[in-house]
Design a protein around this ligand. Structure first.
Ligand SMILES: NCc1[nH]cc(CCC(=O)O)c1CC(=O)O
Length: 309
């Protein structure tokens, strides 16, 4: 039996999504033995560094060590949350497969009587550290207090057991994948809070010359998801922004037409630039790049630079 080693971070979410990937791969390749290897990243080890790096717009602190493990052949396949992956691929590695996306939306989880965004009273304290969520929530509800909240899903849910937070915002995908869908109180409409580019999708990364692993992971590639997230990520790349920017992007495909919506916000909620484009899904990359160029023309650059302080 051949053995393929799958690398991942060790968080509950990372392990849950990697076990899901391995189960799917095993269905396609029953004669292959898949082993999971956990790898700790700078983001896992040093939360203080994470905060300051985040403010400088540094990219890839969730993925660097895992990519090193691919390049040195300690692992053959890496499983990432696509939204944590920088838009530039390192030399020698490629995203060889993007499995079918789960729900891309953000969700709200609140205390009793605060289980919907509309129910939150003025001044309610909402936990999130995402600059995107802060920017768009402040624009929609300037009366809310947005309070920093970092950590893995368990840490963030635990914050609701303290007096410091009335509600928190998370990605639906993380809760769905860790079998905590029942904790979700409200799915937030993308018209109110546009998700992050690639949110809800996974990326399976391999060495670019490892034909065997590429073939293995490609068995669970999903073309429709790929078109959507390619449009979203080209938009992000075209803005010159990373996952730490106040940028949202969400693509849908209906009746053979891909529609891409993009937002760039001011961190203080004073402004959100919004734009939409649509076209042939085969042109997904160009649609993303064009939307970015359109928004740069409308002043998006200043908002992105301001958020990096
Ligand atoms: N930035 C952390 C992160 N990276 C991926 C997810 C889960 C959702 C996904 O797979 O897109 C989360 C948690 C969150 O944003 O709530």
């Amino acid at each position: 039996m051949r053995t393929v080693t799958v690398g991942t971070r060790g968080s509950a979410l990372a392990l849950a999504q990697t076990r899901w990937v391995v189960a799917r791969l095993k269905e396609e390749w029953p004669d292959t033995d898949f082993r999971i290897q956990t790898i700790s990243t700078k983001g896992d080890r040093d939360r203080a560094a994470l905060q300051s790096l985040a403010q400088k717009g540094d990219k890839g602190f969730w993925v660097k060590e895992i990519e090193d493990a691919l390049l040195t052949k300690r692992v053959d396949i890496a499983v990432h949350s696509l939204k944590d992956l920088p838009t530039e691929q390192p030399q020698g590695l490629e995203i060889a497969s993007i499995p079918k996306r789960v729900d891309a939306r953000d969700v709200l989880i609140g205390k009793e009587g605060m289980k919907r965004l509309e129910e939150l009273p003025p001044g309610a304290r909402v936990g999130t550290s995402s600059v995107r969520r802060k920017a768009f929530l402040r624009a929609y509800r300037p009366d809310l207090q947005i309070i920093d909240l970092r950590g893995n899903i368990d840490t963030r849910l635990a914050a609701l057991g303290t007096p410091d937070y009335d509600a928190i915002i998370l990605a639906a995908a993380g809760l769905i994948r860790t079998e905590m869908r029942h904790r979700i109180d409200e799915f937030l409409d993308p018209d109110i809070l546009l998700p992050a580019p690639g949110q809800g999708a996974l990326a399976l990364e391999t060495r670019a010359d490892d034909d065997l692993s590429i073939e293995v992971v490609y068995a669970i590639h999903d073309h429709a998801t790929d078109d959507r997230v390619t449009a979203e990520r080209e938009f992000l790349a075209g803005l010159g922004a990373g996952c730490m920017a106040p940028v949202g992007a969400h693509a849908t495909v209906k009746g053979g037409v891909l529609t891409l919506e993009g937002w760039v916000g001011a961190l203080d909620g004073s402004q959100v630039i919004r734009a939409t484009t649509s076209g042939d899904p085969a042109e997904c990359a160009d649609l993303g790049a064009e939307l970015a160029a359109d928004m740069l023309g409308q002043g998006a650059q200043n908002l992105i630079e301001a958020a990096h302080g």
